[in-house]
Design a binder for this molecule. Structure first.
Ligand code: SIN
Ligand code: FE
Length: 292
């Protein structure tokens, strides 16, 4: 199980080399772990490490691609300084991804960057939104149509608290178990959800099945307890990267983390056959239905 984590000993965001074995590991759904790659905060920024910096109703503070900040309280000066902190993390994550994954190049696009000041252990959530349960990332409102979800995380906790994850079995193993139980895709249902603006675009069969895996895993408490898994504490001052739509993960505890999401166009992996889209297509024995 420990082979689900691959350690990379670099200390400089701007000087991350690439290696075929790391890219292969990432595309196999493993987590790349950088135990000596931290994100340093200034004294003023340390002051932002408090949960009430976040607007009460939002989950995270996020920096949009256009540079605007969302979800934070405080005067204009505070908001500006917060935006600068999150933007600096984005620059670090961009450099890491450019160094580590040069072949993705123009097929990669940035999503918003988040700063997560909430304590994980005390967060109350419905079972479906509960990331303390092992899952692969899949979002009900935002179909990806096979575009990948690549994420860079760093723990900035000032009190030594690790971000504790569980990392579960391979995507293939998850799909073998939960695909047979998945409800079949319904094109008319997808149309209704889109007309009601539940989804931002028409949900195709890929996104339907990914959600079925996400929900299937989270709803099955026996699976949560007994599946092959390991606990992985990420201490402050460390970073990690994974395809979160493929690496099965859960977060058990921790507070104060930075996160950058990227989307990789479908089929632009070094080995597209390793992607959830192609794994699910192979298991179904046909291409998945995408709305025209
Ligand atoms: C998740 O994607 O499940 C959340 C990860 C985290 O908050 O550490
Ligand atoms: Fe997740």
């Amino acid at each position: 199980m420990t082979d689900r984590i691959v350690e990379i000993d670099v200390t400089d965001w701007q000087a991350v080399p690439t290696r075929r074995e790391w890219v292969d590991a990432l595309e196999a759904g493993k987590v790349l772990y950088f135990p000596r790659l931290g994100f340093r905060l200034s004294e003023q920024e340390q002051g932002f490490l408090r949960p009430d910096i976040r607007e009460p109703k939002t989950r995270n503070i996020s920096l949009n691609v256009d540079g605007s900040i969302k979800g934070a309280v405080g005067d204009a000066g505070t908001q500006q300084a917060l935006a600068a902190m999150v933007a600096r993390f984005r620059t670090c994550a961009d450099a890491l991804v450019a160094g580590l994954l040069p072949s993705y190049g123009g097929a990669l696009r940035s999503a918003p960057t988040s700063y997560r000041p909430m304590q994980v252990e005390t967060r109350a959530q419905s079972w479906r939104a509960d990331d303390k349960r092992l899952h692969v990332d899949a979002f009900p409102s935002r179909p990806t149509h096979g575009e990948r979800i690549l994420r860079v995380f760093t723990n900035v906790n000032p009190d030594g608290a690790p971000r504790v994850w569980r990392v579960g079995e391979s995507f293939e193993a998850v799909a073998e178990r939960f695909l047979p139980r998945a409800k079949p895709y319904s094109a008319w249902q997808a149309k209704v959800l889109n007309a009601l603006h539940v989804t931002k675009s028409l949900r195709g069969e890929y996104d339907h099945l990914m959600l079925q895996l996400h929900d299937g895993m989270k709803a099955d408490m026996a699976y949560q307890k007994s599946c092959d898994q390991m606990t992985m504490p990420f201490p402050p001052g460390t970073s990690w990267v994974c395809f979160s739509d493929q690496a099965t993960h859960a977060v058990m505890s921790g507070q104060y983390m930075m996160e950058q999401t990227y989307h990789l166009k479908a089929g632009h992996e070094v080995d597209p056959a390793s992607s959830p889209l192609q794994i699910l297509s192979r298991m179904k024995g046909r291409p998945l239905a995408e709305p025209a």
